[in-house]
Design a protein. Structure first.
Length: 95
C-alpha cells in the first residue's frame, strides 16, 4: 500500500471524496478512465457482491462475464485485502 500512497493518488482521492454530485463524478470518471476501465472496475464490484452473497464462481462468471482469474482476485481481496470491498458493499447495502 505504501507504493500506492503517492501525492498524485492522494490528490485524486481528495477530489473524489469531495464530490457529492453524481453528474460531476460521471464527468470526472469519463475524463479519467476509458469506457473499458470503468466497465471492468464496475464488474469487480458486481463480482464482490455475488461472492459476498455466496454465489459459486460459475454463476458469477455467467452473470457478470468476469473471468475466473478476476473472480479469484476479487475473492482474495474481499477476504484478505484492506477492507475496501467490505466498505463498498456495506455502503451499497445502506449500513
Amino acid at each position: 500500500m505504501s507504493n500506492l500512497r503517492t501525492p498524485e493518488v492522494e490528490d485524486l482521492l481528495e477530489v473524489l471524496s469531495s464530490m457529492s454530485d453524481k453528474d460531476q463524478l460521471y464527468a470526472l470518471c469519463e475524463d479519467l478512465f476509458t469506457i473499458r476501465e470503468m466497465k471492468e472496475t464496475s464488474q469487480r464490484l458486481s463480482v464482490a457482491r455475488l461472492l459476498d452473497a455466496g454465489k459459486p464462481y460459475t454463476a458469477i462468471a455467467e452473470a457478470t462475464g468476469a473471468s475466473a482469474t478476476t473472480i479469484a482476485r476479487v475473492s482474495k481481496a474481499l477476504n484478505y485485502g484492506s477492507g475496501g470491498y467490505r466498505y463498498a458493499l456495506d455502503t451499497l447495502a445502506g449500513k
